[in-house]
Design a protein around this ligand. Structure first.
Ligand code: MLT
Length: 411
């Protein structure tokens, strides 16, 4: 029989969100009359903005004409999208990113999972804990860890607890690590890293020769203009950081799929002989071999996000979700719950009432309030005792969810 990749067997339960969907599905089947409000996975609920729909239509019409055929696209993305990215996401914030440093892809989930492939098998990984599960699981699959411990953590990964005490933004550790995953605004805690925190990280990474993987999938939700949207707003980050951005949450692309990763030309890794290698070249090689670019239609839709109408319409969508986040945060706080996040991110992070476990709280919420959250422990051991509540839903459902949670847990 053909041998499997044994590292997959080190993974604990199924991937977090399908597992939640399974439990919710079972509950729904057993309770067909329950009106379930889904505030679990952070999936958009608003329709695509008109400017994006228009761009898709126009591109589809174009591709239906002989003069508008678009087959395989340029492997790293069309110039029209990359130029818009460099201008609006970077130049506008005083950051210089060159076109050959941008790699358009079909999602930050994929990019944050795949990026580890260009690094050595012996690299030591560090993650903030809790974190987006993809960072850990993909390194387990790649064999960078031993088996899971009883609390779900893995020997071989350096966990940096993100706690109430450090405002869910851990400082750099004493110990070295080769690759560190950071996410701001943070999934799942909803916190946003300060300029001082990111400056400390960049300085640490440069001192240790480490690489930071900065996941900025939620940057559009930042409300305070002093908070950094990009790690490259920090001096020296071009020598130590890779950044990922996504259109999923910012412009409703969870079903369309488009994102990008920035790998600055200065960023280098080393071979076993000590030779320095440009990481952008390695990532480009990886993408060209394993990926055939994002559909033309979708890249046209992504470019429409930067048009005047697209910017206005997507900003309104973000504002809708952020108003929901404020209602969740304020409504739950007013009822005595201890709640974090929701100010610069579409997630609120709630301490479970009465110290119950995250999964017990998930079960109580589902069975008694018919509200779906995401158990904090699903994001890592330090998430135990918390539940994440997503702001991606209608106003009506969010208001109803707050009322139900208050009823169930205070009654
Ligand atoms: C989440 O809910 O954490 C995200 O929607 C998952 C994802 O972006 O893949």
């Amino acid at each position: 029989m053909t041998r499997i990749n044994e590292h997959y067997r080190k993974l604990g339960a199924g991937y977090l969100f399908p597992e939640i969907a399974r439990r919710v599905g079972e509950f729904g089947a057993a309770n067909p009359d329950a009106t379930i409000i889904r505030l679990g996975i952070g999936d958009i609920t608003l329709p695509l903005a008109p400017a994006i729909v228009e761009a898709l239509r126009t591109a589809a019409d174009e591709m239906g004409r002989e003069t508008g055929v678009h087959g395989y696209g340029p492997e790293n993305g069309y110039d029209f999208l990359i130029e818009a990215i460099c201008e609006h996401d970077y130049e506008a914030r005083g950051v210089g990113i060159a076109a050959n440093e941008v790699f358009v892809s079909d999602g930050s989930k994929q990019d944050s999972g795949n990026i580890q492939e260009i690094f050595g098998a012996e690299c030591r990984i560090a993650v903030t804990d809790p974190c987006y599960p993809v960072y850990v699981d993909t390194n387990v699959m790649a064999g960078r860890t031993q088996n899971a411990r009883p609390d779900g953590t893995y020997e071989g990964i350096l966990y940096l607890p993100a706690t109430e005490a450090n405002d869910f933004a851990p400082p750099p550790p004493e110990q070295p690590a080769d690759l560190v995953y950071l996410c701001s605004p943070n999934n799942p805690t909803g916190s946003a890293a300060s300029r001082a925190n990111l400056t400390a990280w960049v300085s640490w990474a440069r001192q240790h020769g480490s690489v930071l993987i900065f996941d900025a999938a939620y940057d559009a939700f930042i409300q305070d203009d002093d908070l950094p949207h990009s790690i490259y707003e920090i001096d020296g980050a071009r020598e130590c950081a890779i950044e990922m951005r996504s259109y999923s949450k910012r412009a409703g692309f969870t079903g369309l799929r488009c994102a990008y990763t920035v790998v600055p030309r200065q960023l280098e890794g080393t071979t076993s002989e000590g030779d320095r290698v440009c990481l952008a070249d390695l990532w480009s090689r990886r993408q060209a071999t394993k990926f055939n670019s994002v559909p033309y239609l979708v890249q046209r839709a992504a470019a429409a996000v930067y048009s005047p109408d697209g910017r206005k319409q997507t900003a309104e969508q973000v504002a809708h979700y952020m108003r929901n986040a404020a209602l969740l945060r304020e409504g739950l706080q007013a009822a005595g719950f201890v709640v974090f996040g929701g100010e610069h991110a579409p997630y609120v992070w709630m301490r479970t009432p009465g110290g119950m476990s995250s999964w017990d709280c998930f079960g109580e919420l589902l069975s008694k309030a018919h509200v779906v959250g995401t158990p904090g422990s699903g994001f890592g051991a330090s998430g135990e005792g918390y539940i994440r509540i997503s702001a991606f839903n209608s106003r009506e459902n969010v208001e109803e969810a707050v009322a139900r949670i208050r009823r169930v847990f205070s009654g």
